[in-house]
Design a binder for this molecule. Structure first.
Ligand SMILES: Cc1ncc(COP(=O)(O)O)c(C=O)c1O
Length: 416
């Protein structure tokens, strides 16, 4: 459930009518519901209560400082994947001992930064990376905590680009290599290898792949006689974008808890999409309705693939609602952006009751992997981000300006 609902014919966010917000804030903009965000975090917390996990919100899905702060205030940790995310996580006030750091390409300086900040753990993705962390730790005379990210070779039943736990993917370490590492921890005496991590993919709407991966990992732990302090099973809980049958937090918990309830180690989770996805929408304006002689109709809106790339990149479906309900006869539209690419669309062949120029649309479930994946392509300033909290509408990131587009660029003396 989320807090974007019609009151009469008008779409509202936590009862604030969108037309009122649009009057004050130019489109396109992302709009987050604080209540929905916190509610989804607490759904996972409640469902997994029996295991009292550390829930590290995956900030790659939405790294707005206010989004992170809202979750940290509820007790969340953060899952980070870069020095930049570490910087933002600390700015959001997340205690360092609630930070876990994955990524196949951590640089030496990022590793040093994370060791100095004493994060909870690195999720290590390869032997060379482990050697690098060990050598930086030796230089700094520290002993960071490490989890080996296993690649359990489990199909996640999701888009290939967001499948991460099969053996042909770049992520994680195979069981045999992991066993060698655990057998030779003396080679890495500057790190404390006390955890196991796995993340098999994102937008997984079936509970079974999680169980398969966990069973394989438990089997590995038992056979190799390893003692660990925590198991991090990553993120990946899928959500309903309007076409799939998503599972509830209880569904995921019901599958996972029985496998882990008698274990001594702590559970860590890294959900991103499940928490932030339904908590945000992208609001845009219909600029033109263009009918072609071939019978196609395009609704051209002021948000493009630079604002929300998921439809173009993954062919992802997002439900699209009219801010004020339309009543005319439904027709088929391609809802497209202004970018100079045919791949720039928000929806193709979508039945919609008579879209009119000047109207406003809401792209639903855009709170995760929305703004964070936006870009300046076609020299378009990135949109603002707004949050409704306690009935008030707040700008949590100002829209970029044209000046922002040239920030950092230097004119060569040859062109002066
Ligand atoms: C290591 C890791 N953990 C957690 C996540 C979050 O996944 P999701 O947003 O599907 O929960 C990701 C996303 O790809 C990831 O790579």
């Amino acid at each position: 459930m989320h807090e974007f609902n019609y009151r009469g014919d008008t779409l509202c966010c936590e009862n604030v009518p969108l037309p009122d917000i649009i009057k004050e804030h130019p489109t396109p903009f992302y709009l987050y519901s604080h209540k929905t965000l916190v509610d989804h975090f607490n759904k996972i917390k409640a469902a997994f209560k029996e295991l009292n996990p550390l829930i590290c919100f995956s900030m790659k899905s939405n790294s707005n400082l206010n989004v992170c702060k809202a979750l940290v205030a509820e007790g969340a940790g953060l899952d980070i994947v870069s020095g930049g995310e570490l910087y933002k996580a600390l700015k959001a006030g997340c205690p360092a001992d609630r930070l876990v750091y994955a990524s196949v390409g951590k640089t030496e300086s990022e590793i040093e930064y994370a060791i100095r900040k004493n994060i909870f753990a690195f999720n290590v993705e390869s032997v060379p990376e482990l050697i690098m962390i060990d050598s930086v730790a030796r230089r700094l005379a520290r002993q960071p905590r490490v989890a080996l990210r296993l690649n359990p070779d489990v199909k996640a039943d999701t888009h290939d680009y967001i499948t991460t736990g099969t053996k042909e993917k770049k992520f994680g370490i195979d069981f045999k290599t992991a066993e060698d590492i655990f057998d030779n921890t003396n080679k890495y005496s500057n790190v404390s290898i006390k955890g196991i991590h796995a993340h098999i993919g994102s937008q997984i709407t079936n509970t079974e792949p999680f169980a398969v991966a966990i069973r394989k990992i438990l089997d590995f732990i038992e056979k190799s006689n390893i003692v660990i302090e925590w198991l991090n099973i990553g993120g990946g809980f899928g959500i309903d974008y309007g076409v799939e049958k998503a599972r509830t937090a209880e569904d995921f918990a019901a599958k996972i808890i029985p496998l882990l309830s008698d274990k001594k180690f702590k559970l860590v989770l890294e959900p991103g999409r499940f928490i932030a996805g339904a908590a945000g929408i992208l609001v845009c304006k219909v600029l033109y309705v263009k009918a072609t002689r071939s019978g196609k109709k395009f609704a051209i809106v002021d948000a493009g693939m630079n604002d929300l790339i998921r439809p173009s990149l993954y062919n992802a479906h997002h439900e699209i609602l009219s801010v004020v309900k339309l009543r005319s006869k439904p027709e088929k539209y391609d809802i497209v952006g202004p970018i100079c690419e045919s791949g720039d669309f928000l929806a193709l062949d979508r039945e919609f009751p008579g879209i009119v120029a000047g109207g406003y649309l809401a792209v639903m479930s855009a709170g995760a992997y929305g703004f964070v994946m936006s870009s300046n392509y076609n020299s378009r300033p990135r949109s603002s981000e707004l949050m409704v909290i306690n009935g008030g509408v707040n700008v949590v990131r100002a829209a970029e300006t044209y000046r922002d587009l040239i920030r950092g660029e230097k004119i060569l003396k040859e062109f002066k």
